[in-house]
Design a protein around this ligand. Structure first.
Ligand SMILES: NC(=O)c1ccc[n+]([C@@H]2O[C@H](COP(=O)([O-])OP(=O)(O)OC[C@H]3O[C@@H](n4cnc5c(N)ncnc54)[C@H](O)[C@@H]3O)[C@@H](O)[C@H]2O)c1
Length: 284
């Protein structure tokens, strides 16, 4: 059988999320925006949330997502560490789109500092954004999901550093272990409401966040080794990171987006409480 040469294999064959509303935090970032694109192609309505400073990016993203097939996209600027902002974001989803079916908690920060260089304020800030912010979003979105009696899915962003120790990112590692723990605990308490809760644990993904982390790691290594050649030190950092990955290459944002969609689909309806590595085998 010959398939016409104009068949576009990039086109999704299904529109699994038609009629579903997805709220994404950190939507202006790498994982958030790529996953928003993937959901749009499959017909989901979207509520994009990120800090006010990202508003120009969010506006641009809205135009792209509408062109990809999403019937409705709105954005809400706010901080996930603010109870008021979190309530406002969820309420927007209810008022404008009839409620949230899927939540992706992708807002996060990843400063580089081992234990001895982690100051108290930085430690608290990382836990505030990565842990408290994820907690608030899970709490207020699941309240609404319970009230609607329609169930739902919550996906949290952990990390391979939420599964094994990583001292160069001490506060971040602590926060991602907490995200993994909150995921498992919430999966148990929300199962009776037909709400599934899972987390994704990527290794380094090609993008802005990893670039910044690698620059900061190179700075740290340079201080420790006395080697002032930044390019050489960064190359060593990247080579070291790659050595941890049996598949031999870093992940792409779309690798995560594909797994988020799978975990939110009917195909995974018997999966909850997992922290799924998307890491090329790094934690195998
Ligand atoms: N990129 C990676 O290599 C990688 C690997 C493992 C885990 N992760 C996790 O995946 C998630 C997304 O990563 P990414 O690569 O998209 O990062 P990113 O830096 O590109 O995006 C993060 C987004 O979160 C937003 N944000 C930060 N603080 C916020 C706050 N207080 N309130 C609301 N929004 C806030 C930022 O504005 C940004 O748009 C993060 O939780 C990260 O820890 C990323």
């Amino acid at each position: 059988m010959s398939l016409g040469k104009d068949v576009n294999f990039e086109e999704p064959l299904q529109r699994r999320f038609k009629g579903k509303t997805v709220l994404i935090t950190g939507a202006a970032g790498g994982v958030g925006s790529e996953t928003a694109r993937a959901f749009s192609k499959e017909g989901a309505r979207l509520v994009l949330c990120d800090l006010p400073s990202t508003e120009p990016k969010l506006k641009q993203l809205v135009t792209v997502l509408l062109s990809l097939g999403s019937p409705t996209v709105i954005y809400v600027c706010g901080d996930v560490t603010s109870v008021e902002d979190v309530k406002k974001s969820v309420q927007h989803g209810v008022d404008k789109l009839g409620g949230i079916d899927i939540l992706l908690n992708s807002a996060g920060i990843a400063p580089v500092a081992p234990l001895q260089l982690t100051d108290e304020a930085m430690f608290k800030t990382v836990q505030d954004v990565n842990v408290y912010g994820t907690f608030l979003m899970m709490k207020y979105t699941s309240n609404q999901m319970i009230k609607s009696e329609k169930g739902g899915v919550i996906i949290n962003m952990s990390s391979f550093l939420g599964m094994k120790g990583g001292d160069p990112l001490f506060a971040y590692t602590a926060s991602k272990f907490a995200v993994s723990g909150m995921t498992r605990a919430a999966a148990k308490s929300l199962a009776k409401h037909n709400i599934r809760v899972c987390a994704i644990a990527p290794h380094m993904l090609e993008g802005d966040l990893a670039d910044k982390v690698n620059d900061d790691l190179a700075e740290l290594m340079s201080l420790g080794s006395g080697n002032q050649n930044k390019e050489e030190v960064k190359a060593a950092v990247l080579a070291g990171g790659l050595q941890e990955v049996p598949l031999g290459h870093f992940g792409q944002m779309r690798d995560v987006a594909g797994v988020v969609l799978f975990l939110c689909s009917k195909e995974s309806s018997y999966i909850t409480g997992v922290v799924l590595p998307v890491d090329g085998g790094a934690t195998a």
